[in-house]
Design a protein. Structure first.
Length: 538
């Protein structure tokens, strides 16, 4: 015993039954009513949105004996024959399996024959983008100037693969993804006609999982009905492997809080509970996207339950937008196709999302390069602890080697001899890792600080690289940035210190790299992958 699946049994038989494609229906009904139907139409759009169904409705309407304002009557002999698939004047041609030029010629050789029962002979070519170049070229002349009784309806999900010469010979209609409300309404209609009890929450879950495809939604609905007899939310979640929203929300909360341990724990609990990783991945992406959309002021456009929207709004208000964007990028790139049962791609995305700095892959260690000895140019004394960072000057001209001079006192200890951080420093850096200035993240800049020396109401921060010092000074020059840092200092260190930024010196009393390491020869060797292991300049 066989039966028709819902997507075929409840296929629309009139233009008025089509869901979510009003812009197409209105134009086609007017064309039929005014007897101004063209000779070629191109229907483009995602799968399951009604392209082939609309082609059949158009074939039924142009051959209907008693059309009703452009709509087929669905009771005359030709309408009944089209519905049953028995009208010989409606030819469906699958270009995916008949894509060669010989297949196309077999159609074109019969196109001049007059229709047998109806007024128009309608050719519905599905997946037309699969035709070979030779077959498409053979089709061109007939498509442009067919016999008066011929009507071509071309359907495709990938119109960009079609030659422009094909597209220019057709009237193009772009089918849109069916909105959530339209799918829920249609599923509810099918359930009423089938005598099946259905919860609205369950239908919404099916519609949301169908991603705009009514055919997918009807197929999933039939699976649930066959398995449970009624449509309930628990049945939908269990049968289709759609995880509870609470699991995805817990993951998003841990991710945006930067808590990698909790995020990994939540993911593995969901895996052991039997959640489908693909569905969990998809739901997590949707929630992260909702947080991003809400942060940028478009939250009213989201179609989510009220309790989920409340949590999304809370996360959006207390999370840095950079972390949300980073999480979205990493999760969107997580590939579950190769090893779907393994949570490793999601775990990697979680860990990298929670890291404050990007992961750097170590390069192979190249052979050492020893620069030629050169005369050392003593560096000047660095800025005093009371002197602002912008007063750090360039080194003066070299002195005469014949005149002995004592080595300058270092402005701060070398990086290798750095003292432990002061109490509360780690908490301060972590708190500021979620604060972004005009260009740079405060936490990342402060993490480059090698030593902190409090003196009264002043805090001296020592940096090994001038670029880090200058970037932090640039952010502190902004009043808003200075207020952010001072507030964090007061909260975590107990005092709103005045900051003094200085450069550390190496073991030879120099600020930054020596002149020898910056010579053209050494820079060229470094560009080839070399690294400096010892500086023997005198």
């Amino acid at each position: 015993m066989t039966s028709l699946v819902y997507s075929r049994k409840w296929r629309p038989q009139r233009f008025s039954d089509l869901t979510g494609q009003e812009h197409v229906v209105t134009t086609l009904r007017h064309a039929v009513a005014q007897q101004r139907v063209g000779h070629a139409y191109l229907f483009c759009g995602p799968r399951g949105t009604g392209k082939t169904t609309t082609g059949r409705l158009l074939a039924k309407a142009v051959n209907c004996r008693q059309p009703d304002d452009g709509d087929p009557c669905d009771v005359c002999p030709t309408c009944v024959a089209v519905t049953a698939g028995n009208l010989l004047d409606v030819i469906e041609f699958d270009a995916a399996s008949h894509r060669r030029i010989d297949d196309m010629r077999s159609i074109l050789d019969r196109v001049n024959f007059s229709p047998g029962e109806g007024d128009r002979k309608v050719y519905i070519v599905d997946e037309v983008h699969m035709l070979t170049t030779e077959a498409a070229n053979a089709f061109l002349k007939t498509l442009e100037e067919p016999p008066a009784h011929a009507l071509f309806v071309l359907c495709t999900t990938e119109p960009f693969k079609l030659p422009p010469t094909i597209v220019s010979r057709c009237q193009r209609f772009d089918f849109r993804r069916i909105p959530l409300t339209g799918i829920v309404s249609r599923l509810d209609h099918v359930c009423r006609e089938e005598g099946v009890a259905a919860d609205q929450a369950a239908l919404q879950a099916l519609a949301r999982n169908a991603a705009g495809s009514l055919r997918d939604a009807e197929n999933m609905l039939e699976q649930v009905v066959v398995s449970y007899g009624s449509v309930t939310l628990d049945g939908v979640l269990e049968l289709l492997g759609i995880g509870d929203t609470g699991q995805s929300m817990e993951l998003v909360q841990c991710l945006l809080a930067g808590n990698s341990a909790s995020a990994l724990g939540a993911l593995n609990r969901a895996v052991w509970e039997g959640a489908d990783l693909r569905q969990l991945h998809r739901q997590t992406l949707e929630l992260l996207r909702a947080v991003m959309v809400h942060q940028w002021g478009a939250g009213e456009s989201l179609d989510l339950p009220a309790d989920v929207m409340t949590e999304v709004s809370s996360l959006a208000s207390k999370t840095d937008s950079d972390r949300v964007a980073k999480a979205l990028r990493l999760f969107a790139n997580a590939d579950l196709r190769r090893d779907a049962p393994s949570p490793l791609p999601l775990e990697l995305a979680m860990v990298e999302t929670c890291l404050d700095t990007p992961v750097v892959t170590a390069a192979p260690v190249p052979p050492p390069v020893r620069p030629q000895p050169q005369r050392r140019t003593p560096a000047p004394q660095a800025a005093s602890p009371r002197q602002p960072a912008r007063s750090v000057s360039e080194p003066p001209p070299p002195r005469n080697d014949a005149v002995p001079s004592p080595s300058p006192a270092p402005s701060a200890p070398a990086a290798s001899m750095a003292a432990p951080p002061i109490d509360g420093w780690d908490a301060l850096v972590k708190a500021l890792s979620r604060a972004k200035g005009r260009r740079f993240n405060f936490g990342a800049l402060l993490r480059a600080c090698k030593e902190q020396t409090p003196t009264g109401d002043q805090l001296t921060l020592s940096f090994a690289h001038k670029s880090h010092l200058e970037r932090l000074q640039e952010e502190l020059d902004d009043p808003q940035g200075m207020r952010t840092v001072r507030a964090a200092l007061q909260e975590h260190l107990g005092t709103a210190y005045e900051l003094n930024l200085v450069l550390t010196e190496d073991s030879n009393g120099r600020n930054g790299p020596s002149p020898a390491t910056e010579s053209p020869l050494v820079r060229y060797a470094k560009n080839l992958g070399a690294r400096i292991v010892e500086d023997q300049t005198q």
